[in-house]
Design a binder for this molecule. Structure first.
Ligand code: NAD
Ligand code: UDP
Length: 351
């Protein structure tokens, strides 16, 4: 029998790409999303791409009764939990909203999962939990610290999952710490669709390239990096989506292994894993790669550093390789090409 998985936040940027990867890997999926930062059109497009209607429930992870109804009417193997708010600046202005949505919402989901004895979880964490790293590349044992409510909400959920794993060895939880997801599906039908002016670099660059924005402000050119601009570990969203399939496959394998033993013991508990490429790319390097694939000049100016930004951040991707047998395959050129394809086919996103 196929494993059925609940995808909270599955209409969003990373969730929509993961739905396709899961379908291709023969998982059954049910998407649960309140559409607060996504649109029904994303659901339609996922359905078109996979050639069948996906099961979609419009709902909030804080709605206990609705969640109960969904868990009562399906037999889930586990949950991939993407649902959450993600804008750092907004989280500073509205901390209660972020803690309520991301932390209380997750607690609510975990409570309902407990009620229905569904204890396999893949959680969307972030490299932001490492704060300003002491050394590079960043591995999973690095110190964690956060400076804004968004990051705190991710860190709090990680702590909650750790405590849960200690309290009950029935839980199997992987926290995937994403580095910088960019790019879009090769079809150009799904991609990142920021509601306002983008905060992140790649969507900002692509909106400059298409002419929606005049020029890019580069936040700082005096960092101790290859060219003075910030360095990040950009990872193609398709690779990231495959990382979720690998995480679910890993949980499935560990659970089967465990069940075949006479003495049952907890094998996964709480497992944090980085999803990155292991390579750093500077802001100027990304602009240059984007110009090459799009044939567009990206006008930019240097401005002061953005408060809270760090100089460099890239992953050690060894743990994902050894445990999940997963590694990123796509290049910076692929990331820029697919972003540009999505942007040019959908100048106004899903509208
Ligand atoms: P996104 O905003 O595109 O997707 C999140 C989805 O969750 C949206 O469709 C939104 O409508 C839904 N949602 C939000 N609150 C909800 C609630 N209370 N109930 C039900 N649905 C709700 O974001 P994304 O980029 O796809 O990110 C997915 C997850 O990965 C988020 O948890 C985010 O914090 C995390 N993450 C993202 C990045 C990134 O750069 N994109 C990096 C690290 C971690
Ligand atoms: N950045 C920039 N201009 C922008 C947006 C981002 O110069 O309009 C820089 C930012 O300072 C950082 C890098 O691009 O060095 C990546 O920023 P992003 O917000 O995409 O990711 P994060 O900082 O969260 O890793």
């Amino acid at each position: 029998m196929k494993n059925k998985v609940l995808i909270t936040g599955g209409a969003g940027y990373i969730g929509s790409h993961t739905c396709i990867a899961l379908h291709e890997a023969d998982y059954d999926i049910v998407v649960y999303d309140n559409l607060s930062n996504s649109s029904r059109e994303a659901i339609n497009r996922i359905s078109t791409l996979i050639g069948q209607n996906i099961e979609f429930v419009e709902g909030d992870i804080r709605d206990t009764e609705l969640l109960r109804k969904i868990f009562a009417s399906h037999e889930f193997f586990g949950v991939i939990h993407f649902a959450g708010l993600k804008a750092v600046g907004e989280s500073v202005a509205k901390p209660l909203l972020y803690y309520n949505n991301n932390v209380s919402g997750t607690i609510n989901l975990l409570e309902v999962m407990t009620e229905y004895n569904v204890k396999n979880l893949v959680f969307s964490s972030s490299a932001t939990v490492y704060g300003d790293p002491e050394s590079l590349p960043i591995d999973e044992s690095s110190k964690r610290s956060c400076t804004n409510p968004y990051g705190q909400s991710k860190l709090m959920v990680e702590h909650i999952l750790e405590d849960l794993a200690i309290s009950d060895t029935g839980w199997n939880m992987i926290a995937l710490r994403y580095f910088n997801p960019v790019g879009a599906h090769t079809s150009g039908k799904i991609g990142e669709d920021p509601k306002d002016i983008p905060n992140n670099l790649m969507p900002y660059i692509s909106q400059v390239a298409i002419g929606k924005l005049d020029k890019l402000n580069i936040f700082g050119n005096d960092y101790p990096t290859v060219d003075g601009t910030g360095v990040r570990d950009f990872i193609h969203v398709t690779d990231l989506a495959q990382g979720h399939v690998a995480a679910l496959n890993y949980l499935d394998k560990q659970i089967n292994l465990n069940e075949s033993r006479t003495i049952q013991k907890n094998l996964v508990g709480f497992l944090p894993i980085n999803l990155g490429t292991g390579k750093g790319t500077s802001v100027l390097e990304l602009i240059s790669a984007f110009s090459d694939v799009s044939g567009k000049t990206i006008p930019y100016q240097f401005t002061s550093r953005r408060s809270g930004d760090i100089s460099s951040c890239y992953a050690s991707a060894d743990k994902a390789k050894s445990l999940l047998e997963w590694q990123a395959k796509l290049s910076i050129t692929d990331m820029c090409k697919d972003t540009w394809h999505w942007q040019s086919m959908n100048p106004n996103g899903y509208e």
